[in-house]
Design a protein around this ligand. Sequence first.
Ligand code: TRP
Ligand code: SF4
Length: 400
Amino acid sequence: MFADRVLSGMRPTGSLHLGHYHGVLKNWVKLQQQYECLFFVADWHALTTHYDTPEIIEQNVWDMVIDWLAAGVDPSQAILFIQSKVPAHAELYLLLSMMTPLGWLERVPTYKDQQEKLSEKDLSTYGFLGYPLLQSADILIYRANRVPVGEDQAPHLEFTREISRRFNHIYGKELGFEEKAELAIKKLGSKKSKLYAELRNLYQEQGDEHALEEARSLLNEQQNLSLGDRERLFGYLEGGGKMILTEPETLLTDASRMPGLDGQKMSKSYNNTISLREDPESIRKKVRTMPTDPARVRRSDPGDPAKCPVWQFHLVYSDDNTREWVQRGCKNAEIGCLDCKSPIIDKILAEQAPMYERIMKYEEDPTLVRNIIADGCEKANKLAEETMRDIREAMGLSYS
Ligand code: TRP
Ligand code: SF4
């Protein structure tokens, strides 16, 4: 139950581009090999900002899932699902809303930022204010302890940690907690219970984070503790009550942002993307017409790769030899810009061709994706239910 579990979500923005591939999907593909992973389509989150255009959501959902699969996200390794098909997310969102101070939501920096940025929309809604709390429910319902996201999402993760601490603080108390925790310690066996007690003291008396980590991994290694005792011992470490919800850690997706065709960050709103579904001819054309160092008006004018968006692509795609060739050739006007772009075109085409093919396969037979998602939703519902049972009990709702 406290084994590493990764969860991440994406709003259904439709088909994806190389920025998503290099920034997010490649990372998911790596994580799915190392951890239990859940990846989901945050369709309710899309409605918080697009509540007045629901017609775009459905197509976007399926296109996006197809692109995940094309990029190598593997349903035999990770659980893929759609948020709205696991209604318990909404139940937890509601239950958490009872104990969420309004001020916490109002102070999340993305709240005002996004309202200002999307000023053409009326985002003075209850749903939009609740965006981070819905995200907390997404994470906490699976007790996910690692959440890979971009930097922009860090405040939502911090908010989620605060909600989880508050929840554990309010609802983690049980009658006779300390006695039960002490009994559970004894069950560790004499050597380990002594170690646990020492580490707990070190943490509580000296704030020794290292001791806390060590005690947690000691608990993680215990196979034959009951779930209740585990929760107690995790909670007891930090002095509180039972740890019902897990505090997630942010796995910051590294900032190696895929540049767009114009050198800004690749993004649909800048119209500078190469989509995973782009046909080869269009890729060639887009790269050929990319802007370069403006100093190179003529082939004989020397340039500086540092001032050229094409160089950013070489940093993503080229090996040292090619990079040296670019540096020398550009600064001494030995190569033309089209020469310089040619290896990039080859690399992008080679990277994208197998994805493009898989996309076509999934497009041809929509039942493939429907089945993958149906299977993922079933698994996600089961996992969500495990946590919901504890939550309902803690909140006094477990009568039948
Ligand atoms: N808010 C995230 C984004 O815009 C999407 C998201 C929703 C998410 N729920 C999540 C990400 C839970 C990680 C975990 O990118
Ligand atoms: Fe840019 Fe390459 Fe042209 Fe230099 S040679 S300006 S790096 S495209």
